[in-house]
Design a binder for this molecule. Structure first.
Ligand code: ATP
Length: 335
């Protein structure tokens, strides 16, 4: 991504093979400091493997990964000081309270005396774990455990956070709480790489999305760009105060719009343009012709649909006969 911000994460032609399996197959991407990036992909796409390499927990087969300009393989200790890692699952010790757990990590990270206490208290305040400080960690709910795990990742106030599926298994309230915490961290200027299967959730908190499929990056761009359809058409939902049949009949005579789907209180239609003048003219004519319109709005393409479209394009490229496929690797699209 070409921006003036320094790079927090740089990955260049990274590979990780497990035997003959190419879990990560030559990926490259850059993440600017202070941005929140969603890492999206199906089960087994290579997200955790990539994140574990960035977190210095695994070695790449080849390629380079850097955090804040520091190579994760050559200088793991320096990288660890810069990152907070939240794994998709973590061990919980049976006879340890929330306070003892965070204090243990604070000590392990080298904090002593007043500093140690200050770090634990700061983190408990931020994650709202103060009231639970005497609770045994193995009795916490999933949402509380995730806050504890995030707290642990934040003890040394790292610049970069690598969060693997932090929202998995959380109820809607706990999700909102987690999203709120991540938003605050982003406002503080931290760089966050966060994986999730729930695209709508990621789009609300991420500056950009990184799609991975079968170990390859297939898209890197903003959620907004993905929501715009590149087919040159606009999908509109109209709601009516009466039976929508009049709208459906009207559409049959309209040169620029066609019915996609009749709805209980309206219709979904497709306009053959993305020009806002054409769209506002359509609404004007509908009202002038006496249609009982009570609501009229552009439908955004769902991110899930965008992801499936990108996958579809990749699949159709694969099915082109070998002689016509360019020999270069899958291009990385960057915003
Ligand atoms: P999920 O969303 O299910 O967590 P993921 O995108 O995080 O999936 P990875 O965990 O990175 O995917 O796995 C990528 C591929 O590598 C999978 O096929 C997985 O089975 C394989 N894999 C991961 N770790 C190992 C390992 N230690 N040994 C062998 N294969 C592995």
């Amino acid at each position: 991504m070409s921006t003036s911000q320094p790079l927090a994460i740089e990955v260049t032609d990274l590979h990780r093979n497990f035997g003959s399996l190419k879990a990560v197959d030559g990926i490259s991407f850059e993440i600017s400091a202070g941005t929140v990036v969603g890492f999206v992909g199906a089960n087994g796409a290579g997200k955790t493997t990539t994140m574990r390499i960035l977190a210095t927990l695994d070695y790449p087969t080849r390629g380079v990964a850097k955090i804040g300009g520091i190579d994760v393989v050559q200088y793991p200790s320096q990288v660890r000081a810069k990152i907070g890692w939240m794994p998709d699952s973590f061990g919980r010790y049976p006879n340890m309270t929330v306070f003892e757990y965070l204090d243990f990590f604070s000590r392990a990270l080298g904090f002593r005396g007043k500093d140690r206490m200050a770090r634990v208290e700061d983190v408990m305040d931020f994650t709202d774990l103060g009231p639970l400080s005497a609770r045994l960690v193995n009795t916490l709910s999933k949402g509380m455990s995730q806050r504890l795990c995030l707290g642990r990742a934040l003890i040394h106030d790292p610049e970069v956070l690598i969060l693997d599926e932090p929202a998995a298994g959380l109820d809607p309230k706990a999700r909102v709480e987690l999203k709120h915490l991540i938003r605050i961290l982003a406002e503080e200027g931290k760089t966050v790489l966060i994986s999730s299967h729930i695209l709508s959730e990621l789009s609300e908190m991420c500056d950009s999305l990184l799609f991975i499929n079968e170990g390859r990056i297939i898209h890197h761009g903003s959620a907004e760009n993905l929501k715009h359809n590149d087919s040159g058409t606009t999908v509109i939902k109209v709601e009516t105060s009466e039976d929508p049949q009049k709208v459906i009949e009207w559409l049959q005579l309209s040169p620029h719009a066609k019915l996609l789907e009749g709805l209980k209180n309206g219709a979904l239609l497709e306009v053959d343009s993305i020009d806002t003048t054409v769209i506002s003219d359509l609404l004007k004519r509908m009202v002038q012709d006496g249609l009982p319109i009570v609501d009229f709005h552009r439908e955004e393409r769902k991110l899930e649909d965008a992801f499936i479209d990108i996958l579809g394009k990749i699949e159709s490229k694969k099915s082109i006969p070998a002689a016509t496929v360019p020999s270069s690797p899958t291009p990385v699209s960057k915003s």
